[in-house]
Design a binder for this molecule. Structure first.
Ligand code: SF4
Ligand code: SF4
Length: 167
């Protein structure tokens, strides 16, 4: 009997509580700073070219093999990124690709409205990923480094000065 009364009390309490229904997609919930949406590429704002140095680490660590790189030797004897493909239909949004990138070229964007009626629509090319990456503020302005749990220097600190020279 006491349990039933407790149950009714919860129902009554919710009945008079203000409604929290939001009219999506007109209204969108505020996004957490570390939300992981579609992986995207950070790019040089002047040329639009991704900062990726074609090291090949992100496709290696990706648990679903949804990243494909086309890399050729460059004229300088280095590695040149020709194409960078993300098959988003397989992506888990785990963020491991962005964690492993030595130059922070790949990052988790805030894009989550990815539905499409064609399978090809889930395949993103290098320049499409760079265009999505360009919508975000650069990482050192977004305060990503402020949310970490230790004060130990990390790759964000090491890269900050170099990035400031680039932009
Ligand atoms: S977020 Fe995870 S699953 Fe998606 S591309 Fe990166 S490593 Fe692969
Ligand atoms: S880990 Fe970074 S630099 Fe290496 S291939 Fe992936 S995006 Fe490019």
């Amino acid at each position: 009997m006491f349990d039933e009364a407790k149950g009714f009390a919860v129902t009554l309490k919710r009945l008079f509580a203000p409604t929290v229904t939001q009219q999506y997609p007109e209204e969108k919930r505020p996004m957490e700073p570390r939300f992981r949406g579609l992986p995207s590429l950070r790019a040089d704002p002047e040329t639009g070219e991704p900062l990726c140095v074609a090291c090949g680490l992100c496709p290696r660590i990706c648990p679903t093999s949804c990243l494909q790189l086309n890399v050729v030797p460059s004229e300088e004897g280095d590695r040149e990124l020709v194409e960078f493909i993300l098959m988003a239909g397989r992506c888990l949004f785990c963020g491991m690709c962005s964690q492993v990138c030595p130059v922070d070229a790949i990052t988790m964007s805030k894009e989550y409205e990815l539905s499409t009626v064609e399978r090809d629509g889930l395949v993103y090319t290098k320049m499409e990923l760079a265009a999505i990456g360009a919508q975000e503020p650069t990482w050192w302005e977004s305060g990503v480094g402020e949310h970490r749990e230790t004060n130990a220097p990390n790759r964000y600190d090491r890269f900050r000065d170099k990035a400031a020279e680039l932009y």
